[in-house]
Design a protein around this ligand. Structure first.
Ligand SMILES: NC(=O)c1ccc[n+]([C@@H]2O[C@H](COP(=O)([O-])OP(=O)(O)OC[C@H]3O[C@@H](n4cnc5c(N)ncnc54)[C@H](O)[C@@H]3O)[C@@H](O)[C@H]2O)c1
Ligand SMILES: [Fe+2]
Length: 380
């Protein structure tokens, strides 16, 4: 038996932030990062909270790829302020921090606290997922925490907030959206509901990702990508992810590469591995099941070709084209990681990638040895 639900209420479209003037909460802790706190974005939230006569405080100590000690600091802060609602505003790092801080606080004091997630990047979909990723810098680890109790109560998608995102972050986070949709689409847990959401997210990435990268003022493209990010989040919240995220977490934790960029570099290799197109070129019946799905993705992007092999090559070509156009490095060597350091870490990274929760739903079983070979290929 399977089930599907969307528990987070989503407010979107023009003036979606006005939802904050009518929320029923009285004591609110806003969690964000220092950049958002200093920019005008935080005021867009606090001005509205003042209109609704709520008491609020701000915790702005979030850092990218939130480490455990910051989460602990946030838990202490939250317990001291004792809110009935948390508002998370920022990229995936701020939203994941808020989800983890609320989760651990509730485990301590048993209090139900509402969570409103307001993304300022179009990338992680964290505003609608039961996932949060926290880092342990001492062990070079990134841990996905997965629990339905992490789901935000409400998500507010207001594309006004993504206008200031620099081009390189648009590129990285946009490829994160595409990777979420692709991995959910081919995951062993995929279903008709997650597939519908993933297909729409892929279609939007095909039409609007490059547009939003090339022109900061293309409001229409930015609005579309903001919705695509949420659709892809809903898709993988139901179907989960795969080996791509397992590897990206391991390499990202070790060498501190932005999450979406790591995914973009890994994706061509994982598609080639999962589809097995290098191994054989016989009849269609012998292809793994995911080949048909990758071909559907190519069709949605308008790069479908004569047969399965050429179509998957065209899909990989599209990803490499997007990476090149958006100045995303094509390999980990291009990220500036020294060869010896990278090669010395392959065994450890492969171990972590295989053990990562996301890898469990990859369409093809993968051994540590196979991940070592993939990691080696991704360097050059
Ligand atoms: N919870 C999930 O389901 C999920 C899914 C994928 C990734 N993640 C995690 O999310 C994190 C990455 O999140 P991200 O890609 O959104 O990046 P991020 O939150 O780390 O932000 C990247 C940078 O962009 C800046 N920024 C954010 N919004 C901005 C804006 N509107 N204008 C200008 N600058 C802005 C931030 O201050 C930061 O410096 C990673 O830790 C990753 O592992 C979580
Ligand atoms: Fe991701």
């Amino acid at each position: 038996m399977k089930s599907f639900d969307i528990r987070t209420k989503i407010y979107f479209g023009d003036n979606a932030l006005d939802r904050l003037t009518e929320i029923p909460y009285k004591r609110i802790l806003v969690i964000t990062d220092p950049f958002i706190a200093k920019s005008g974005m935080l005021r867009l939230i606090t001005d509205r909270l003042r209109q609704s006569e709520t008491e609020f405080d701000v915790f702005s100590d979030v850092v990218p790829d939130p480490p455990l000690d910051r989460i602990t600091k946030g838990v202490e802060y939250l317990l001291g302020f004792d809110p009935d609602c948390v508002i998370a505003i920022g990229g995936g790092s701020a939203i994941d921090s808020a989800k983890s801080i609320r989760e651990f606080s509730t485990r301590i004091n048993g209090k139900d606290i509402a969570l409103i997630a307001i993304p300022t990047t179009s990338g992680t979909g964290s505003e609608v997922t039961s996932f949060a990723v926290v880092s342990d810098p001492e062990k070079d680890m990134k841990y996905p925490i997965v629990s339905d109790s992490m789901l935000p109560t409400e998500a507010i998608l207001d594309a006004e907030l993504v206008k200031s995102v620099p081009a390189s972050v648009t590129a990285d986070t946009g490829m994160d959206v595409f990777t979420h949709a692709t991995e959910a689409y081919v995951s062993v847990n995929n279903n008709e509901f997650s597939a519908a959401l993933a297909e729409k997210a892929i279609e939007i990435c095909g039409t609007f990702l490059l547009r939003s990268y090339l022109d900061n003022n293309d409001t229409h493209a930015r609005k579309k990508m903001h919705v695509a990010s949420c659709l892809a989040g809903l898709a993988f919240n139901s179907a989960s992810l795969g080996l791509n995220h397992g590897i990206a977490h391991a390499v990202g934790a070790k060498f501190h590469i932005p999450h979406g960029r790591a995914n973009a570099i890994v994706l061509p290799h994982v598609i080639e591995f999962n589809s097995g197109i290098n191994k054989h070129s016989k009849s269609q019946k012998e292809y793994p099941k995911c080949v048909e799905k990758y071909c559907n993705i190519a069709k949605l992007l308008g790069v479908s070709n004569f047969n399965e092999i050429t179509t998957i090559r065209a899909l990989i070509g599209w990803i490499q084209f997007m990476n090149k156009e958006m100045n995303i490095p094509l390999s980990f060597s291009q990220c500036g990681i020294p060869r010896e350091e990278y090669m010395a870490a392959i065994n450890e990274m492969a171990e972590k990638a295989v053990a990562d929760t996301c890898t469990a739903t990859n369409p093809k079983h993968v051994s540590k040895g196979e991940v070592c070979i993939l990691l080696e290929a991704m360097y050059d």
